[in-house]
Design a protein around this ligand. Structure first.
Ligand SMILES: [Zn+2]
Length: 402
């Protein structure tokens, strides 16, 4: 009775970016990593470059193809009309090395930027291409460990304090007084490399000569930056170092959620998380890695407003903590069940369940699927289904379209 099937085992894809750790994802997903390859991200969704596989009657079918052939069945009419695709991508991340400082454009800016680069003829896979698609890329993450990130500019008061405390930055004080955060950031990002080196070299040398262990302080991350690049002697210094001082350094405790909307500068520094984002690859970078930096384009899309970082507060519904996000593309919830406990749910669009802990059974109609830690299940739109924890506590993350 294939037509009535509405729950499927889903197999995602591991991405081996060089910043990933070697152990977390292999242990979680239970595969061997004898060659100690970096395993950075596990993707669950319908992105054309790495679509997930659904197991349908023991046949393996790519999710993007299934959606293309029958969007009404696989994502539902409403989502098809509004987005034309599955609007989200669910990931598990293991961040060992720091990622690039980055900003994502708004939807309308992404459309303009994409069209302009198409017109110019920059190939979509070129290193200097900014816009890979016409979509925005808001992101929400829930920490699976203690997780560290750079998140938005500090308030003006705090930046003034940094410029005062760090001697190397004293020459920047007047620029900041006259032009504020935007003027300050623009100044350092446009500074010729030899001036950057002159300003930062004494600071960096000093930092590298003492062991720093406080992760809430810039010194720790600057040491990590040099340790990762395996450089004994600082050569040309990365302008991202300024951002380590000017941005908020945030620790998300396990279970805390952080949302990053268009324009908010950020960089993941260390830890594991579950991340949900719009289906896009539009990233404007600002240093900390060797990737392409387009300063004018970065400045155009960055929000310079100082912020005090806040975790996203969930709405509690019995066993489900629902993190609603200020975007129409996605929401995420965390479902916790004790032994033999059941939760009854209903889908709007296609929902993806990822089992982080425990052992569950998902049932809908006459179909029943077992899934354990590291496994994922796709539930089709307009389905009534229930999840039961078989042994002990189970923790499940659920991605949905609001
Ligand atoms: Zn991002």
């Amino acid at each position: 009775m294939e037509q009535q099937e509405n729950i499927f085992l889903l197999k995602g894809k591991v991405q081996h970016y060089d910043w990933g750790g070697t152990d977390y994802l292999p242990e979680l997903l239970q595969f061997e990593n004898n060659g100690k390859q970096p395993c950075a991200e596990y993707w669950m969704g319908a992105h054309a470059s790495a679509p997930s596989i659904l197991i349908c009657n023991s046949e393996e079918r790519p999710l993007n193809e299934l959606i293309k052939n029958d969007p009404g069945k696989f994502i539902g009419k409403k989502v098809q009309e509004r987005f034309g695709e599955l609007p989200y991508l669910l990931k598990i991340l293991d961040v060992k090395k720091m990622l690039s400082i980055q900003v994502h454009p708004t939807k309308s800016e992404a459309e303009k930027g994409f069209d302009a680069e198409e017109k110019k003829g920059t190939p979509v896979n070129a290193a200097n291409r900014n816009y890979k698609d016409r979509n925005h890329k808001p992101e929400v993450m829930i920490a699976l460990s203690e997780f560290w990130l750079l998140h938005g500019f500090k308030t003006e008061e705090k930046i003034a304090q940094v410029l005062n405390e760090v001697e190397a930055f004293h020459p920047l004080q007047n620029i900041f007084k006259e032009k504020g955060t935007k003027g300050l950031y623009q100044h350092v990002m446009e500074m010729p490399q030899n001036e950057v080196n002159t300003m930062l070299l004494p600071l960096v040398k000093n930092i590298l000569s003492n062991k720093a262990s406080d992760k809430s302080k810039p010194e720790y991350w600057i040491q990590k930056l040099f340790a990762e690049n395996k450089s004994e002697e600082p050569g040309d210094l990365d302008k991202g170092i300024f951002s380590i001082y000017f941005f908020n350094i945030v620790k998300a405790e396990k279970g805390e959620a952080i949302f990053q909307g268009a324009g908010l500068p950020h960089a993941y520094l260390e830890g594991q998380n579950v991340e949900l984002m719009a289906n896009s690859d539009n990233v404007l970078r600002g240093g900390l890695t060797s990737k392409y930096v387009d300063v004018p384009e970065l400045l155009k899309h960055t929000s310079f407003e100082g912020i005090v970082p806040k975790a996203l507060q969930p709405q509690l519904n019995k066993n489900e903590k629902i993190f609603n996000c200020p975007v129409p593309d996605f929401g995420i919830s965390e479902i916790t069940l004790g032994e033999n406990e059941t939760i009854q749910l209903q889908t709007g669009s296609l929902e993806i369940l990822f089992v982080l802990e425990g052992d569950i059974t998902v049932e809908s109609g006459s179909k029943k699927i077992d899934a354990k830690r590291g496994e994922a299940i796709a539930v089709l739109p307009a389905s009534d289904f229930r999840i039961t924890s078989k042994t002990g506590n189970s923790v499940v993350y659920k991605a949905f379209v609001p």
